[in-house]
Design a binder for this molecule. Structure first.
Ligand SMILES: Cc1ncc(COP(=O)(O)O)c(C=O)c1O
Length: 375
């Protein structure tokens, strides 16, 4: 069994994807071809954000977003310690410092109450605390209304790291429309993945969009005229062609398939949850989850993991070592015990195989194997 069946996705769409790639080879605009704006149009129509700029990865999308706000040395940005390193890495890459805030134990996303406490108690000068990067962990949006409430009256930006939530929705609005700038990743294993690295930056602010457009292309506003310092953060035409060919199926079928797979897991694992062996994922009311990961909390998580591996069931831990305990962030001065909810979850969570092409029999086998461990 595979954690996610990426080859199956390709074989179903082979003629469309092969055609799309062949077109790029024929016209020869490998960078900046018509496929790029086609993808950006699809992304704005789908998400509801006014503007979208394709870029080289989800990590670069975050760096570009921070650069658009001129975040740099002496600045601070708030985020969660329970995320992939890229979220806080981007803050460090632009020269700023991360301020972590603990998560909500149900959603695993930034806890609005703790965020409010942080803003009230911090001694970081207001003008230096520039904004927050929220993360929609495992494919479920953070609680944006509550987070926006906390930010009311403060001059702070909200960057939505939607690397895992493209295809999710919050209160009727699709993910990538909740941030002042939102970012996503098209890494192959993400809900919508290309055949390499890729990402997208979204905003509904025309001025920010123009700046993001320059930033991703060496700060260039016209050929060889560089207005600002930027980077090579473009997404090539070939990856855009692949994403264009996959887009409709993702929107019309794959989001539903992922939810069907999650429903089946929840139905089959319910007895274990009732027995107290596991905690099933919490789904926020009025939201659509896209299940980038199907992650539960498990009693004796490491024992369960060994049992699954012994039975050739792939599984993963997202994430075993919180960011405030990573050596790379030692300079921030955090220590074990600073974020108790994050630390507790990092010892309990386990992700089971998930993708849009999980056969019911595969899910049944996974659930049987999980259940065997607790008899
Ligand atoms: C929450 C989060 N942010 C950012 C990224 C970075 O995306 P990429 O791998 O496309 O650079 C990832 C990728 O796993 C992620 O999960």
């Amino acid at each position: 069994m595979q954690f996610c069946n990426l080859k199956k996705q390709y074989s179903d769409l082979k003629p469309d994807i092969d055609n799309a790639i062949a077109k790029v080879l024929e016209h020869g605009f490998y960078v900046g071809g018509p496929e790029v704006s086609e993808l950006e149009k699809k992304c704005t129509e789908f998400t509801g954000a006014k503007f979208a700029k394709a870029c080289s990865s989800g990590t670069d999308a975050l760096v570009l977003a921070l650069m658009a706000y001129d975040v740099g040395l002496g600045d601070y940005v708030v985020t969660t310690p329970f995320t992939f390193i890229a979220t806080a890495e981007a803050i460090a890459l632009v020269g700023a410092k991360t301020v972590f805030v603990d998560i909500d134990p149900d959603t695993y996303n930034i806890c609005p109450k703790k965020f409010a406490e942080l803003l009230e108690t911090t001694d970081i000068p207001k003008e230096k605390l520039r904004g927050v990067i929220t993360v929609d962990l495992y494919g479920q949006c953070a609680d944006y209304d509550s987070i926006r409430d906390v930010m009311k009256g403060r001059d702070m930006f909200l960057i939505q790291d939607a690397a895992q939530s493209f295809g999710a929705a919050y209160k009727g609005a699709n993910a990538c429309s909740q941030g002042d700038i939102s970012t996503t990743s098209f890494f192959p294993a993400k809900p919508l993945g290309c055949y390499g690295d890729g990402g997208m930056v979204f905003t509904s602010d025309a001025e920010l969009d123009l700046k993001l457009n320059w930033l991703r292309n060496h700060g260039q506003n016209e050929m060889y005229n560089h207005k600002i310092i930027g980077m090579n953060g473009r997404l090539d035409s070939m990856q855009c062609a692949v994403l264009n060919a996959k887009f409709d199926r993702f929107v019309n079928t794959e989001i539903k398939n992922r939810n069907k797979a999650a429903d089946k897991y929840i139905q089959l694992l319910k007895p274990l949850a009732e027995a107290g062996n596991i905690v099933l994922p919490y789904i926020m009311p009025d939201s659509v989850h896209v299940w980038a990961q199907f992650t539960l909390q498990a009693e004796d998580r490491d024992g369960l993991m060994a049992h699954l591996q012994k039975n050739s069931i792939p599984c993963a831990i997202h994430y075993a070592k919180p960011l405030h305990m990573q050596e790379a962030f030692a300079d921030l001065g955090y220590k074990e015990g600073d974020f108790p909810v994050t630390e507790a979850m990092s010892k309990k969570v386990i992700s089971l195989p998930m993708c849009a092409y999980k056969e019911p029999e595969e899910i049944e086998l996974v659930c049987r194997t999980v259940s065997e461990f607790y008899v």
